[in-house]
Design a protein around this ligand. Structure first.
Ligand code: C2E
Ligand code: CA
Ligand code: CA
Ligand code: CA
Length: 275
């Protein structure tokens, strides 16, 4: 809240006090959540638009909280970034994602895996070597791994971030810009970072069937990406008419509740084996 003085007094004392207490409690509990093994990975398929086959899955972390139940990353990733837990949690995610991919391969399922990285993780010099070591440990082909990064990256030491991204690209790992279009410097990213793909943010997809501006933006972004030899993923596809627009405009990959929700590993295996 920018200016608490503008808020009605009662609202501030009750609701905001409760909210800040809740956050403080969550933050304390988050510290132990790794140790107590309370995190779980969910996986959401990403489909190749022309044939609707699963090309890869995005890894999305959840927190199985003993009292609150399933806590979504939107409420704890920002806290983990603040406390620094994002560094060990991020490594936990990478390790378990690689383990899951190894297991899928073992079951004869040949797909890629996209892993989200917080900007802060890339400012940690041990990240790149950790990723390389982990993919070796689980005998993963680096070409199967994609890292999703966001615009917050550029606030950290650019040299550290860039050299790690270049090293990861050199071993065959792909990079995509997540939430494309929502940041301030999305275009300068494409110029400055060794990117392979971009993911158009859900906010542009939501009204795409009706909103002429969104139609123009999305079709132009896809055309621009293709001229730059980048692949395009549309996220948050919930309706058939959105999918149709994206297919008509040659969007390479589609992800969203229309096709499949994020699911735990065993459910994912069933989904993938059905095909
Ligand atoms: P994101 O990377 O933009 O991930 C996409 C989010 O959109 C996911 O939310 C996914 O469940 C949701 N989504 C997918 N399809 C649809 C759809 O059709 N409709 C709607 N309404 N939503 C859809 P989720 O899992 O709650 O994750 C939220 C954010 O938390 C992610 O946004 C990502 O920024 C962050 N996050 C998740 N897992 C990790 C992780 O392992 N590491 C880091 N650093 N961040 C993570
Ligand atoms: Ca993502
Ligand atoms: Ca995204
Ligand atoms: Ca998003």
């Amino acid at each position: 809240v920018k200016d608490a003085a503008e808020l009605p007094y009662a609202f501030y004392t009750e609701e905001m006090e409760l909210e800040s207490q809740r956050l403080l409690k969550l933050k304390k509990e988050l510290d132990n959540a790794l140790e107590y093994n309370q995190f779980e990975l969910y996986f959401q398929p990403i489909y190749f638009t022309p044939d609707k086959k699963v090309a890869k899955v995005e890894v999305l972390v959840r927190w199985n909280h003993p009292e609150l139940g399933l806590v979504m990353p939107g409420s704890f990733i920002p806290l983990a970034e603040e406390t620094g837990l994002i560094i060990p949690l991020g490594k936990w995610v990478i390790e378990h994602a690689c383990q899951a991919l190894g297991e899928l391969n073992y079951r004869g399922i040949d797909i890629g895996m996209a892993i989200n990285l917080s900007p802060r993780q890339l400012s940690d010099r041990t990240l790149g070597p950790f990723i390389e070591q982990t993919i070796q440990e689980f005998k993963i082909d680096a070409k199967k791994i994609e890292l999703e990064v966001t615009e917050g990256l550029l606030i950290y030491n650019f040299e550290t971030v860039l050299s790690q991204l270049q090293a990861l690209r050199a071993v065959g790992i792909s990079l995509s810009v997540d939430d494309f279009g929502t940041g301030y410097s999305s275009l300068s990213y494409l110029k400055r970072l060794p990117i392979n793909a971009l993911k158009i943010d859900r906010s542009f997809i939501m009204d795409i069937a009706n909103d002429a501006n969104d139609k123009a933006i999305v079709s132009a972004v896809i055309a621009m990406a293709h001229k730059l030899n980048l692949l395009v993923v549309a996220e948050g596809v919930e309706q058939q008419n959105q999918l149709q627009f994206l297919a008509d405009n040659h969007c390479d990959f589609i992800q969203g509740f229309l096709l499949c929700k994020p699911q735990p590993f065993e459910r994912l295996c069933l989904t993938l084996e059905q095909k």
